[in-house]
Design a protein around this ligand. Sequence first.
Ligand code: GTB
Length: 214
Amino acid sequence: MTPTITAFQSSPDRGRGLARDMRVRWAFEEVGQRYDVGLVSFAAMKAPAFRALNPFGQIPTYREGDLILFESGAIVFHIAQHHAGLLPEDAGARARALTWMFAALNTVEPPIVERSAAMLLEHDTPWHADRLPMLDARVRCRLDELSAWLGDADWLEGAFTAADLLMVTVLRRLGSSGLLDDYPTLLAYIARGEARPAYQRAFADQLAVFLRTQ
Ligand code: GTB
C-alpha cells in the first residue's frame, strides 16, 4: 500500500524545502518508496477530520492503511526502520544514529525554531533588539558544538543515516540568518546533504507544489 503524507497546500516557505514534509519526502526518496501527498489548507489542518491524523493540527502526517503517524521525526524513523538505507544494521551503530536523530530534534532544532519564531512574530516588538543576541548565542552554542563533533567527517556517524537527514533539514532553517557563515564545516555538511539525488528529487517535488499553486 502506498503511504500518503500531508503537506501545506500553500507553503509559507514558498517552496524552499523548509516545511517539515521535506524531511519525510527526502526519507522516502532515499529508500526508494513511492508516496502520495495530500495537500491541506491552514483551515483544514485545524478541522476535526485532520486532528484525527494529528491532534496538534500540523503537517506532516503519515497514513498507510490503518497506521496513522505524526511528528516528522517519528515518521522518518518509521520509514528508516522498514526500509534499508537510512539506519545501520549493527545494533550499536543503529542506537548511535537514533541518538543523533534525537539530538537533531531535541537539542539543535529548539533554539533554531525559537529564533525563527522571534524573527517572524516579535520583530516589531520593543524587546526584539535586546533579545536577538541571546537567541543568536544559543544557536551559535549548538553550531560550535556540532561543528566540533563533525570535524572533517562527512556525516555524523560514519555513513549517511536518518540522523544526517534530520540534522541537515534542521540546519537549513538558518539559511537566511547569516549565522552559518562562520561555520564552513556545517555549510559543507549541508551542501553534501543537498547534493544527494534523493534530496534533490524531494526538493523538486515540494517546489512543484508551490509553483503549481501560484
Ligand atoms: N514537531 C512537529 C514535527 O516535527 O512534525 C512540528 C510540525 C510543525 O511545526 N508543522 C508546521 C505546521 O503544520 C509546518 S513545518 N504549522 C502550522 C500550524 O502549526 O498551524 C514548520 C515550518 C513552517 C514554515 C516554515 N517556513 O515558512 O519557512 C518553516 C517551517
